[in-house]
Design a binder for this molecule. Structure first.
Ligand code: AMP
Ligand code: MG
Length: 440
């Protein structure tokens, strides 16, 4: 049934160029009607893609298939004809709509039979969780195993995973419940790949804020010459652009050396737009700057309605430097909570440079914090005027280092305007505290 494409097993036959070192390739098949109807987001694929790649197997293709045995069988057959490793998740549950076992059985021509050991485990588990005796016969379906399968223990649930060899390809079949899929992947698949893959794949990510993707690409145009063998990806989203480099397999240099080369080449070209690396966040970086200076921070937000304080306090340990956040949505609240003079609002309007500055200064003064941030703007979709259209946002940062204001002219939905206002406010604080040039 299954025809082999062997070249993928042979690193020397892999295509040349960046990424050629990741010659151990695989495909992922996710199964479930709920995935195809858009009711469930395919987070299992995202997890598998990251973890398999980190272990050293490059994912070349992903297919989602409905709960139909023949469709599942076809997907598995064709994936196994292309690559040495196929991972399947979903459809191993105890209900009649879970037909992945049947699909595997058809794909590989292996009959299903009841595995007494799995059945005994299922019964023990059923009783331990207080299930009625006898266990419903539906649950016994989970003990049906295609001939020749190795059973992979499930440390967190009832349905075990399965591993099957067919010609030169290995198939892993995992339950769909994310926690169970993750546990079996880590316990059984990752070590299996690590024992076979030529080397694991490593990345270096430089995180930026406040620079367009296209401008960034221009600044990094000479990267292929400066960092040969590195594979560059620009990943916009979340209020900034990440530049992610896949490190080359290369010249005997260690991963640390390869990362250091990437870091210095990128830092030199991106300059103050780069706020961190890998898993760094703007709020985390601002937190570190505050701690280093022994400062406390207070924020007064209008159009972001507490989102700024929310992000700052996502950092565990933020109580060491975050004093308070107030949501002063009405004009009265701006005066009462952040000491903004009513006359200033009267004269310039609530969405203005003057009021943003007064919010930042005022909340610092009211709270005794050294650093204050103020945000006021029009998030839309209603409320814009010709002079102050939707997306007009004024930010201010006040600190012993100085007082900065920035006006944003954002477009997009209410939620994206609010999110980007928060990111820009954090970036304003970052640059002010770090002694970098003012953005904009
Ligand atoms: P199953 O093994 O097909 O019975 O899946 C059990 C549950 O796991 C489903 O109801 C979904 O909630 C979840 N699930 C299955 N496949 C996925 C997937 N690819 N991504 C995220 N959740 C999933
Ligand atoms: Mg299902």
């Amino acid at each position: 049934v299954v025809a082999r494409g062997r070249s993928v097993l042979n690193p020397s036959a892999a295509p040349a160029g960046p990424g050629a070192d990741a010659a151990f390739v695989c495909e992922v098949v996710t199964i479930g009607n709920e995935l195809l109807s858009g009711r469930t987001v395919d987070t299992n694929f995202a997890f598998l893609a990251r973890v398999l790649e980190a272990a050293g197997a490059r994912v070349l293709r992903h297919e989602s298939v409905a709960d139909i045995p023949d469709a599942i069988a076809t997907a598995i057959q064709s994936a196994m004809s292309r690559v040495p490793l196929v991972v399947v998740t979903g459809g191993l549950g105890p209900t009649p709509d879970d037909v992945t076992r049947k699909g595997v059985s058809v794909a590989l021509g292996r009959p299903l039979s009841l595995d007494p050991e799995i059945l005994e485990n299922l019964r023990t588990r059923w009783r331990a969780r207080g299930g009625r005796d006898p266990m419903p016969p539906n649950n016994e379906l989970q003990a049906m195993v295609p001939r020749g399968a190795t059973v992979l223990p499930n440390p967190v649930g009832s349905a075990p995973g399965l591993q099957l060899q067919h010609e030169a390809s290995t198939l892993f079949v995992l339950p769909g419940v994310p926690s169970e899929m993750e546990a079996i992947t880590r316990a059984s698949i990752v070590p299996w790949i690590e024992a076979r893959a030529p080397r694991s794949v490593s990345y270096f990510t430089m995180r930026t804020h406040g620079i367009w993707e296209s401008v960034l690409a221009e600044k990094l145009a000479d990267l292929p010459t400066v960092l040969p063998g590195y594979l560059v990806a620009f990943l916009p989203g979340g209020g900034g652009v990440d530049v992610r480099l896949r490190l080359p397999g290369g010249d005997g240099a260690s991963v640390d050396e390869l990362r250091a080369r990437a870091r210095s080449a990128l830092a030199e070209r991106i300059g103050p737009y780069a706020f961190g690396v890998d898993d760094d966040s703007l709020e985390g970086v601002v937190g570190k700057l505050l701690v280093a200076r022994g400062y406390h921070l207070a924020v007064a937000e209008s159009c972001t309605g507490g989102l700024l304080a929310g992000r700052i306090t996502e950092i565990s340990g933020s109580s060491a430097y975050f004093e308070r956040g107030v949501v002063c949505y009405s004009n009265g609240a701006k005066t009462a909570l952040a000491g903004v003079p009513a006359s200033l609002i009267e004269e310039h309007g609530a969405v203005s440079e003057e009021v943003a500055r007064a919010l930042a200064r005022g909340i610092a003064r009211e709270s005794g914090a050294q650093v204050g941030l103020g945000v006021t703007g029009i998030a839309g979709p209603t409320g814009g005027t010709p002079e102050k259209p939707v997306g007009t946002v004024h930010l201010a940062a006040f600190a012993p280092e100085g007082e900065w204001h920035r006006k944003l002219a954002l477009t997009g939905t209410r939620s994206s305007i609010r999110d980007r206002s928060v990111a820009s406010a954090l970036d304003l604080a970052r640059r002010l505290l770090a002694g970098l040039p003012q953005p904009g």
